[in-house]
Write a protein that binds this ligand. Structure first.
Ligand code: FUB
Length: 328
């Protein structure tokens, strides 16, 4: 029988799930996670062990209700341009349609962003024939703003290939900036009204410290690595992301969707497992962090479980740091 999700516990245990993008659609919480598989591929910094092949959508009526797994919403074999590795997805609602955005490697093993559509938030989703023209790298997160303009944020270092695109073309040998140079930022592009293409050229987001100085590549406690998410709170844009090698979820704030964003602090301390990836959503009058860890699998990096916990803001709009293992 489906179980009720408790804070800081795996919300489902019958499958491994990761990279949760949570949204409130039709009054319920819908979660769009990666579906982790126990693939027999050695782990490396390229993330080859993350060999996911499909997506399942999960939903909750509220936090007192059981979690529903709506089954397979999209499979790799149904997406003509995809070769492998369906990584962290997101979903958005506009034009009376639900859109699933997902990264995957194309036939040349270059990460691209795809879109699939459905009339139902749980899918199944019908993919477009090809990836979004001009898209690259991983971890799309979509914000439909209050004025109905939609933005997709994306990018990830190392296996996410963001370093390879610094010239605007894919360079398989390109490396990231030197430690003393500004870190690479996530990318933002406004989406077309039909949500299927970029309306504007993708542009790099600048993340700066309180003095306006760019966060440097060597500042691994604060620099962007992957897993961007943008939510709005009191009219401001909060960009949160994983710092990768230091395993934090941190955030920066701007009064514009494209930034620049000013670094503010840490949201989540490191979890069990190498990756950390999250989303932030308001449900009724509270705010929640959805995240993952590898506790259920005993620390296996590619066998992760989605969890949630409440997040709290201070009076000045800053977010209180969460230690995921200090609460029950
Ligand atoms: O799940 C595969 C990758 O691991 C995601 O795309 C990253 O954000 C990291 O969580």
């Amino acid at each position: 029988m489906a179980k009720i999700a408790k804070p800081n516990q795996p919300i489902v245990e019958h499958i491994y799930t990761a990279d949760p993008s949570a949204h409130v659609f039709e009054g319920k919480i819908y979660i769009y996670p990666s579906h982790d598989l126990d693939v027999d591929v050695p782990s490396n910094d390229n993330g080859d062990q993350y060999g996911m092949e499909d997506y399942h959508v999960l939903s909750l009526e509220d936090f007192q209700s059981p979690v529903t797994d709506h089954g397979e919403a999209l499979h790799l074999k149904d997406v003509p341009w995809v070769k492998q590795q369906m990584w962290a997805p997101d979903a958005a609602y506009k034009n009376n349609t639900y859109y699933l955005f997902f990264p995957a490697k194309d036939k040349d093993e270059i990460f691209r962003l795809g879109v699939a559509t459905s009339s139902n938030p749980a899918g199944p989703f019908t993919p477009q024939e090809s990836y979004i023209p001009g898209s690259f790298s991983i971890d799309p997160a979509v914000l439909v703003d209050d004025d109905d303009r939609a933005y997709v944020y994306f990018g990830g270092l190392w296996g996410g290939q963001l370093e390879k695109w610094q010239t605007g073309e894919f360079d398989p040998d390109a490396e990231g900036p030197a430690g003393s140079e500004p870190a690479l930022g996530p990318i933002v592009a406004e989406l077309s009204d039909d949500m299927l293409s970029f309306k504007s050229e993708p542009q790099e987001i600048s993340i700066v410290d309180e003095d306006g100085n760019p966060i440097l590549a060597e500042d691994e406690d604060r620099r962007f690595f992957e897993g961007a998410w943008v939510h709005k709170y009191n009219g401001l844009y909060y960009l949160s992301y994983s710092t990768g090698t230091t395993h934090y979820i941190v955030y920066a704030v701007s009064d514009k969707p494209q930034g620049p964003f000013v670094y503010k602090g840490r949201i989540l301390e490191p979890v069990v497992g190498w990756t950390t990836h999250h989303s932030i959503v308001q449900f009724q009058d509270k705010w929640y962090l959805f995240y993952h860890d590898s506790s259920l699998s005993g620390g296996v990096n590619q066998k992760r479980s989605v969890k949630y916990t409440e997040i709290k803001y201070n009076e000045d709009g800053t977010i209180q740091t969460i230690d995921p293992y200090s609460e029950s």
